[in-house]
Write a protein that binds this ligand. Sequence first.
Ligand code: SAH
Length: 250
Amino acid sequence: MCKGKLFIVGIGPGHHDMLTGKALKALQESDVIVGYTTYIDLLKGLIDNKEIVSTGMTKEITRVQQALDHAAKGKKVALVSSGDPGVYGMAGLAFELHSQEDDFDIEVIPGVTAATSCASLLGAPIMHDSAVISLSDRLTEKELIIKRVELAALGDFVIILYNPRSKTRKKLFDEVCDLLEKNLNGEIPVGLVWHAYRPEERKTIIKLSQLKENAPIVDMFTTILIGNSTTKVKNGRMITARGYEKKMPI
Ligand code: SAH
């Protein structure tokens, strides 16, 4: 029997141009592609002749186990995640479930994560120290999420929120807005990006004081970038200071 291989592939935000060369090669080399239905749809045109195993949103353990089982049978398998598979993706779970007896290699292929793809559409909002926080309390205690947001605000980090608000999880977003407003200047620019590098892409830049009133338009396809005390908006671009400006001759 041939030796299998499991690629854990980050496919980037959506558009095929945002796949890395290595990710594309792994998809081409694979016999089986395993992933959440939405991500499989994003790869249409690239994986049409492959065996596809697609599963729904909350089926992470089944999905990863299916990928491992196919690799154990000697297949080349690509387990796909949007963005980077090591950022709220499937890479950790695959290593957890990988049994010592399995005789195949696992390779993680990084991808362009939502923080940086969304940042590129807003201008240069990250630039300095930042904290990436998921507001999903499906696997993390709400109290811990709130503590992390508060400490990031106190540390003047640029804050990037993933999984900000869902149909069944609205209250935590409101609480986070209140907390940020309490600790930060309401004038701080906040960028919101929906569906980056997908046909439905949208973005806007508002002030922190306007974030809570915009809650109804925040969903699971949104990434939110909250500036730090140096972030400004110039010509429609959100820019966080790195410090060079201070060294520029006047
Ligand atoms: N592994 C992914 C993140 C998965 S968590 C990555 O590295 O990007 C899912 C969250 O990521 C979404 O709720 C949203 O906040 C963000 N996200 C993923 N793709 C996005 C896109 N194309 N545009 C905007 N936000 C995105």
